[in-house]
Design a protein around this ligand. Sequence first.
Ligand code: MGD
Ligand code: MGD
Ligand code: SF4
Ligand code: MO
Length: 659
Amino acid sequence: MKRREFIKLSSLLGASAAASPAFMLGGCAAKPLPGTGTVSTTPTICDMCFWKCAGNVYKEDGELWKITGNPDDLHSGGRLCTRGTGGPGAYLDPDRLKQPLMRVTIDGRQTFRETSWDVALDFIAEKMKSIAATAGPERMLMLNHGAGSSHFRHLLRAYGSDSRAEPAFAQCRGPRDVGFRLTFGESANSPERTDMANAECIVLIGSHIGENLHNGQVQTLAEALNRGVSLITVDPRFSVPAGKSKYWLPIKPGTDMALLLAWMNVLITEELYDKDYIERYTTGFEQLARHVRDYTPEWVYLETGIKPDVIRQTAREMAKAAPATVVHPGRHAVWYGDDTQRSRAIAMLNALLGSWNRKGGFYIPEKVSLPNYPLPEYPKPKAKTADAYPGKWPFAGQGVTNGVIDASFGDDAFFKGWLVYGTNLPQTIPGVAAKLEAAANSLELLAVVETMPSEMTGYADVILPECTYLERYDDLRNSGERHPSLALRMPAFEPKYDSKPGWWIAKQLGKRLGLDEYFPWDDYAEKLDWQLKQVGSSLEEMQKVGVKNFPRKQPLYMREGKRTVFRTPSRKIELYSEQLADKGFDPMPVYTPPDPVPDGFYRLNYGRMPAHTFGKTVNNPMLFQLSPENQVWVNPLVASEWSLKNGDYVRLGGTNGVV
Ligand SMILES: Nc1nc2c(c(=O)[nH]1)N[C@H]1C(S)=C(S)[C@@H](COP(=O)(O)OP(=O)(O)OC[C@H]3O[C@@H](n4cnc5c(=O)[nH]c(N)nc54)[C@H](O)[C@@H]3O)O[C@H]1N2
Ligand SMILES: Nc1nc2c(c(=O)[nH]1)N[C@H]1C(S)=C(S)[C@@H](COP(=O)(O)OP(=O)(O)OC[C@H]3O[C@@H](n4cnc5c(=O)[nH]c(N)nc54)[C@H](O)[C@@H]3O)O[C@H]1N2
Ligand code: SF4
Ligand SMILES: [Mo]
């Protein structure tokens, strides 16, 4: 018999159809006009995606009315996007997890049964103790996404494990961060350190800002367009930004590397690159010039479908505005397998334009220096995450999801237990089903902290229902940005049902593991207040203002003409990468054509839907109403071949058999 059968939770809990907006109609019907009752506001940080916009929750006569942006928040421009405005749906969703659930076997069949917090937490703590005693604490892995995971990272580090991975790195921005770090010694950061606010030319490569609704960026791009910025968009699809571009380059999917190399070829052969910057700050220019010589626009046209004169014109357009030209690093950079090298080529193109750390290119981000709450030191783990897959991905700065999953099943499995927080692996790691089945069959503990029934909860031993972001404190927002600021998430409501905040769950587990000294607060508010007082604020102040902006201490750009040291081994921007060569990788980005599409198939490109965040908002009644279904865009020639009209239903089948 299987250790863990997959259990579909919706069938047990009788989850209502997402389409039902009953609570909205019922909630409003008996009331006077909105805004005429007694109104109060509470600050929050939006959790509908991971961009962390600060907002205010409006209550009218104690009931949730609406959430709007916090006008003082420079990060979000004082506004929320569609999804952020739909935040009430997350709180009011009738299908939320309500009570801890334990896997039990009844009449030979596995199912979930409601249980108490004590039983659920005791179970997890006992298993964690046994894993620590028999295999070592570092064999306990956290898989996570989202701001609330900091409480569980703290718990695991206190317990002795720093093993951790997330699809938001290995399936998202990981290759980009590695590519930029190898070149400049620093990553492109989140939020991205692009100075689009001052750019005269912006290049988007498969970055569909406008559908990708990362709020601050969308507003900055819109303002840049109002100023008359020259926008160049490379996307096989006529995306939102493509429609607003001076140049739209509908490239053949997967051939971007060739275009990037051709652009560098033009900049070098026409001597349009920033010679002074290259001479002062970079190494490996000669090798680069040699490397890109053969990637002529004429040759690259055959690969990409982008005409040679368009390649030349767009390269000149970038050079004309440089250094106020930003070639956007993108965010979801995992495409065709050459991703780190493609991201490196983007970094190198920016270097030729002299845009890194220069006005209109990339700025230098800064955070508030916020002291940590005084706590005992963490024990030093005996193993790192990467020890689970020795020799693989030597430059990844974080755990690699694929690697840790492969190390979680079989007789010699490295990991013995998983704590999963806010990540839905079956949907976000391609082709992972069989491996998850195997891991579920092999692990000694599989605990999931969630707000909703998800595909991931189907594999759990124990499901812990976290309350939503509107019902809890989390850590202060303190991101490296143009304007340093702190922002507060605090409860606007008591947790609904028997759900609990993450900080409380972590503390309770800590207590059971004998780690009390790491959790000295009775309420997380105490910890936040202490931290805020160290920087001249207080919880009381933040509860009123929500966001506090601090002055910058360092300049926004590097000092022109001065010596600048980069955090690479050579202390320079590395156009030729000794680091890559040392580990047996191409020191220069090489173009490899993507695998051809088999006969009878088409290439499926995908991206973001404005009104949803992955699968995590599909059940949100407000957002579901706005956007109930996925839509597929079909190339007009293909559509006419199949006699398809707008609004027709199609069924897509993959080469892997998935329909
Ligand atoms: N198929 C496919 N896979 C992808 C991508 C893709 O486009 N398509 N994109 C990749 C990218 S860019 C990224 S960043 C990753 C994202 O991948 P994931 O991090 O796995 O993101 P989601 O699928 O949104 O899963 C988030 C889960 O967190 C739960 N959740 C929401 N709020 C809370 C909360 O407050 N507390 C807790 N405990 N749980 C909460 C949600 O119910 C949901 O199940 O996926 C990557 N993988
Ligand atoms: N509304 C909304 N916004 C979001 C999110 C969300 O879930 N919903 N998720 C956030 C997250 S975690 C991330 S990582 C970002 C991701 O946002 P982006 O970094 O902008 O990346 P993708 O969503 O992968 O972008 C897909 C675009 O690339 C194009 N494309 C596909 N193949 C190719 C190719 O071979 N070459 C080129 N040049 N283009 C190609 C597609 O047509 C599409 O327009 O979005 C963030 N913003
Ligand atoms: S971009 Fe939208 S969903 Fe994401 S944090 Fe900001 S308002 Fe919320
Ligand atoms: Mo992402």
